[in-house]
Write a protein of this length. Structure first.
Length: 213
């Protein structure tokens, strides 16, 4: 392949790396200082780029923070498309989620602790961020629903099934993440997400129902 053919791919990779670096910088600083105490200039400096570069990627601090969630959701949908067709749907969804969660963690070496989790919880309670997260969640569910429709041979525009599954999976992940943020002492997030998705896969049986006569 010629150098000309390689350049666009390299440029796109560098752009994506910059986007990820800016988003992680926004998250780290917002958790450590509080969202209102973080400036765009601070985020750019943390990511080692010029402030104007931030504006090439994001229109606000909230959008930069929500970008990590949105990017991960898109990668989950891509991972689901790569799972073997013979794999049960909910198992494939769980593996896709856990795989991308683990890959995302590699961008930040910080080990979760009570202070970090408290900072995240305060950050996501900010009204200016909640709107961005709602938009990101809607896009994320659309992306996952499209992948589910492809896998199940359904029509995302006409059939309830792919959107129901995507909505249920998204809700399960959000509930597991919220429980992780509130855990004291801190607990790993992976088992919580696996448990939530497994319960959905089992049809959400009522707790203790198996022990009843």
């Amino acid at each position: 392949m010629s150098r000309e053919g390689e350049r666009p791919g390299l440029r796109e990779r560098k752009k994506q790396e910059t986007r990820i670096a800016l988003s992680w910088a926004a998250i780290r600083l917002a958790v450590e200082r509080g969202l209102e105490n973080v400036r765009v200039e601070d985020i750019a400096a943390e990511a080692r780029v010029a402030p104007r570069t931030f504006n090439n990627y994001f229109s606000s601090k909230g959008e930069a923070i929500a970008a990590r969630h949105l990017d991960r959701a898109r990668l989950i949908a891509q991972e689901l498309r790569r799972r073997p067709a013979s794999e049960p749907l909910w198992e494939a969804i769980k593996i896709a989620v856990i795989t991308q969660l683990a890959m995302g963690a590699s961008y930040d070496a910080r080990q979760p602790d009570q202070q970090w989790q408290t900072g995240i919880r305060l950050m996501v309670s900010e009204p200016s961020l909640q709107g961005e997260m709602l938009k990101a969640n809607a896009i994320a569910e659309d992306e996952l629903a499209a992948a589910i429709a492809e896998r199940t041979g359904t029509d995302v525009a006409r059939d309830l099934y792919p959107r129901l599954v995507a909505g249920a999976a998204g809700a399960a992940i959000r509930v597991a993440m919220d429980q992780w943020l509130r855990a004291d002492p801190p607990v790993p997030v992976k088992p919580l997400i696996e448990d939530a998705l497994d319960r959905l896969s089992a049809g959400l049986p009522e707790p203790g129902a198996e022990a009843r006569p």
